[in-house]
Design a protein around this ligand. Structure first.
Ligand code: CP
Ligand code: NVA
Length: 304
């Protein structure tokens, strides 16, 4: 049966670690000039309903490095943009391509695409989640901290797609997870249900210093995500104070890492000073999108 990556909760802990191990191996080999054309002759379709720098470029170069090619499919050019049903598009594209990465709004669209396609579907961000990003984040944490055991990860800000995936991914990896967010902007109910299996490994508060207490890895994300541009002013008001700054860093453990999926809005969710002090970790995280996604494509698309 074909496999998809639609959300973090699709993965068991063992599958998560297999992807991270393969990503680390591919990264090491790439840096040492060892090439693998494991996906030779394969094509990945990339449907983008929203903007992207990292996701587009890392998938496109990633499949090329694995011997395949990527097709950038804009809804403006596809017949989807003129109303052709997704379920028909899924069945047609399955006859040409070997996998599809899709970035869109509703998670249901990705689930529908996966239902009707006979090739692997990879979620490249929806309003609900961002699993590819969190695989890269976990790879980065493991590189800088040497593992996950005994670590505490904290997310500060909007209970959005990043929060949803980080909570599931962090708990799956074995870390304690805390989140500080306004009561009105908590993570998705399904994610909060997931945390119930993890007892006191998870905590949620409105207090950023309480959440950051003794933390080893601090995350944040933009206050207004793609598609929420109209709410930007209102969100600026709601999220003022939900910022990674010097005070938050003081509450965290000495040597705590900072991660940001990017793009970042300095002066909003993170100060310029903290961002630049942790730029090495943040840009390694961005690089790791490439290695993590190559591992995902190999796992899902390589012919046995
Ligand atoms: N972090 C991330 O997904 O970046 P892009 O929106 O540039 O793809
Ligand atoms: N929460 C952000 C993440 C961007 C990578 C958004 O959805 O726009």
């Amino acid at each position: 049966m074909k496999k998809d990556l639609l959300k973090m909760a699709d993965l068991s802990q063992a599958e998560l670690f297999e992807i991270l191990d393969l990503a680390a191996k591919l990264k090491y080999e790439k840096k040492n000039g060892i090439e693998h054309h494991i996906l030779k002759g394969q094509s990945l379709g990339m449907i983008f309903q929203k903007s992207s720098t990292r996701t587009r470029v890392s998938f496109e170069t990633g499949i090329y490095q694995l011997g395949g090619q990527a097709l950038f499919l804009s809804p403006r050019d596809l017949q989807i943009g003129r109303g052709e049903p997704l379920k028909d598009t899924a069945r047609v594209l399955s006859r040409y391509l070997d996998g599809i990465m899709i970035r869109t709004f509703a998670q249901q669209e990705v689930e529908d695409l996966a239902k009707y396609a006979s090739i692997p579907i990879i979620n490249g961000l929806t309003d609900y989640c961002h699993p590819c990003q969190v695989l890269a984040d976990l790879l980065t944490i493991r590189e800088f901290k040497g593992g996950f055991d005994g670590l505490k990860m904290t997310y500060i800000g909007d209970g959005n797609n990043m929060a949803n995936s980080l909570i599931v991914g962090g708990l799956l990896a074995g870390m304690k997870v805390s989140i500080a967010c306004p009561k009105t902007h908590q993570p998705d109910e399904k994610v909060l249900d997931f945390t119930k299996n993890y007892g006191n490994m998870f905590m949620m508060t409105e207090n950023i210093l309480e959440a950051a207490q003794k933390s080893d890895v601090l995350f944040t994300d933009v206050w207004a995500s793609m598609g929420q541009e109209d709410e930007a002013a209102e969100r600026r008001r709601i999220f003022t104070g939900y910022q990674i700054n010097a005070e938050v860093m003081d509450a965290a453990n000495k040597g705590a890492m900072v991660q940001h999926c990017l793009p970042a809005h300095r002066g909003e969710e993170i100060t310029e000073e903290v961002f630049e002090a942790h730029a090495d970790e943040i840009f390694e995280e961005a690089e790791n999108r490439l290695h993590a996604q190559k591992a995902v494509m190999v796992k899902l698309m390589a012919k046995a």
